[in-house]
Design a protein around this ligand. Structure first.
Ligand code: ADP
Ligand code: ADP
Length: 226
């Protein structure tokens, strides 16, 4: 599915250079569920942003599903991102001017799917995450747990190859956090590749592989029975 080779990302200001990622090598196969852990500032968000084509490496290569994407122009990155990658953020990132249904449907607009089929797919996925009865509400009218379920629906409605989750349970209480983890587990069971940043060892236990980072490098990787 994806492969990073000698990949680095540096941030430069007038006076300081920060190496956020330092010569990372990482391979992730189709169908894996990978948890990325490590202390604040070790490069987790930078790595996830690069994996999600939201940011580009300073050097090194990134093969995404057979395409070398490091150095591609933003228009191309954006096209791949919309078609093949679903994002789930800690802060949900829903559009409050739109209804729940419209938020989910937004993710399908670039897929060239006829309106009737789009509606059917949106209905199916809202049903699947248990949010169908809130379709006409605005995100701000929902609880945090419900908002994250909408975000999960939006991330998966386009049937992306890859789902990236940046601390998806960070703003949720324990019960709602577990609920989101079980949803990710079910999606992984259906074949989705998932890469998740988390601070929670209990939530990392849902993954089939844990990547521990320190100072922009992969410190240790372990595979585990999910
Ligand atoms: P984590 O997600 O593990 O907390 P980040 O990827 O956010 O780590 O940050 C890695 C390093 O890169 C940190 O030292 C951080 O200060 C630095 N960094 C992140 N984003 C920027 C930026 N936009 N400008 C300058 N430095 C940054
Ligand atoms: P935070 O670290 O504040 O919790 P998020 O996890 O919400 O940030 O977002 C991680 C990164 O993804 C940020 O750099 C943000 O700019 C970017 N991002 C967030 N939402 C979107 C979006 N809908 N589309 C594109 N990029 C986004």
């Amino acid at each position: 599915m994806l492969s990073l080779r000698n990949l680095s990302r540096a941030y430069r200001t007038d006076t300081v250079e920060t190496t956020a990622l330092d010569a990372i090598d990482l391979d992730i196969a189709d169908g894996e569920f990978v948890a990325i852990m490590g202390p604040s500032g070790c490069g987790k968000s930078t790595l996830l942003n690069i994996l999600g084509l939201l940011d580009s490496p300073t050097s090194g290569s990134y093969d995404f599903a057979g395409t070398e994407v490091a150095g591609l122009p933003e228009a191309k990155l954006s096209a791949i991102r919309k078609r093949h990658i679903g994002f789930i953020f800690q802060s949900f990132n829903l559009v409050d001017e739109l209804s729940v249904r419209e938020n989910v449907e937004l993710a399908l607009l670039y897929h060239g799917i006829p309106a009737a089929e789009r509606r059917a797919r949106v209905d199916r996925v809202m049903d699947k995450v248990g949010i169908a009865h809130r379709a006409a509400h605005r995100p701000s009218q929902l609880s945090g747990g419900q908002q994250q379920r909408v975000a999960v629906a939006r991330a998966v409605v386009g049937e992306p190859k890859l789902i990236l989750a940046d601390e998806p349970t960070g703003n949720l209480d324990t019960a709602h956090g577990e609920e989101v983890m079980r949803m990710l587990q079910a999606l992984n069971g259906e074949g989705a590749t998932i890469i998740m940043v988390t601070h929670s060892p209990a939530h990392a236990d849902y993954a089939s592989r844990v990547v521990d980072m320190l100072d922009g490098r992969v410190l240790i990787e372990r595979r585990q029975a999910a």
